[in-house]
Design a protein around this ligand. Structure first.
Ligand code: OGA
Ligand code: NI
Length: 373
């Protein structure tokens, strides 16, 4: 009897939660809508579990800094400068899985323009953007808040996102983008794509492979651009802007404004990724860990909420590889040896994403691709 009471209480909570998710979706105004309405208490779906908060207290914070790598003076051939940068990248990836780049060739005006455009998109009247609100992950351009809550339990994140998926088409026509951020987004995507390809060449060298090996595997294809808006939060200590996660990508290039809040997990402590004007953040995702046969690891990260008087804007450009026609990725042959035997199963991007959507909270998806488990 007791068992069925517990079950009833759990399903009642589940129903309550579902109602809150549906109510939030129906407003089509996202978390920004809650902020604009002046709420002082955040809805329950946003509240982190006591275990999650306790884990933080136990873990503590670190005052280390993620590596900053200067990409100036690189030419395509092999010269001294390139060898030096590749060495810095290798160390950053072996120790951290995340770093910042400066002098990366993307003009500051393109970065500032992108941040301003994304802010404008999110800050326009709900009437202007509500037609784009959708939970349908197949839509190429859509805006949403916490749609993943339909699939899995866990706290909602205090942010809204405009997503642009170039996974199936590889390009976007300006008219497909919202007018508020159209030209700035086209420019940003062009530059981020070029930087991504440059980085994959450097990363291949850092793995001891031919410069074009990763680009040749289409790792720089299948981009997805997530343009986030984190409104100020009345109870920032109870929720997060982005829950702890690793990215389902080979690499992600992240542009953040000067608000701060992004943290990476390093040696089991949270490290702030300090904003540097003009810099971009690069982090490895799960796919890179698999194809490098565990040599370079994916990195857990999250975003704190803040009560500050202004929103935080960031843009993450995921390089997810080719999804169509389905392409099989597996640990790179040259990186498998007696000392480092094969560690992962092969995967297709679609297959990985299906498992990602169905994942249980707190259980990294990459474990499902480890061999001998
Ligand atoms: C992401 C992410 C970080 C940020 O979109 O996966 O980690 O700063 N974003 O918004
Ligand atoms: Ni991320």
């Amino acid at each position: 009897m007791l068992g069925s009471k517990v079950f009833d209480a759990e399903s009642a909570m589940e129903n309550e939660r579902e109602k809150e998710v549906i109510a939030l979706n129906e407003t089509k105004a996202g978390t920004k809508g809650l902020f604009d309405a002046g709420i002082q208490k955040i809805p329950n779906i946003f509240i982190r579990s006591p275990e999650d908060i306790a884990e933080d207290l136990k873990r503590g914070r670190s005052c280390l800094q993620v590596p900053v790598i200067d990409l100036s003076g690189l030419v395509d051939g092999v010269d001294q400068r390139r060898v030096e940068v590749v060495g810095q990248l290798r160390r950053a990836l072996e120790e951290w899985g995340i770093f910042q780049v400066v002098n990366h060739g993307v003009p500051p005006s393109v970065l500032d323009g992108m941040l301003a455009g994304i802010r404008q998109f999110h800050e326009q009247d709900v009437e202007m953007k509500k037609d784009l609100y959708s939970c349908d992950v197949k839509r190429k351009v859509r805006y949403s808040s916490n749609t993943e809550l339909y699939y899995k339990a866990g706290a909602a994140c205090w942010r809204d996102t405009l997503s642009i998926s170039l996974q199936l088409t590889e390009n976007v026509q300006p008219e497909e983008l919202p007018t508020a951020c159209r030209s700035t987004t086209v420019e940003f995507i062009k530059h981020a794509t070029k930087l991504g390809e440059d980085l994959f060449r450097l990363l291949a060298e850092a793995l001891g492979l031919e410069q074009d090996h990763l680009v040749g595997l289409d790792c720089a294809k299948g981009r997805q651009i997530l343009c986030h808006y984190y409104p100020p939060c009345p109870e920032p200590e109870l929720t997060l802007g982005a829950n702890k996660h690793t990215d389902t990508s080979f690499i992600s290039i992240v542009l953040q404004d000067q608000s701060g809040g992004l943290q990476a997990l390093h040696n089991n402590k949270w490290v702030d990724v300090h904003p540097i004007p003009g810099a971009l953040i690069v982090n490895l995702g799960d796919f890179f860990q698999i194809i490098s046969n565990g040599k370079f690891k994916t990195v857990e990260h999250r975003v704190l909420s803040s009560q500050a008087g202004r929103p935080r804007i960031s843009v993450a450009c995921f390089f997810m590889g080719r999804i169509e026609p389905p392409t099989i990725y597996s640990p790179i042959h040259e990186l498998i040896s007696e000392l480092n035997p094969l560690q992962y199963k092969e995967f297709t991007v679609e297959d990985y994403l299906v498992k990602f959507v169905a994942r249980k909270r707190g259980k990294p998806v990459i474990h499902q691709f480890e061999l001998n488990l």
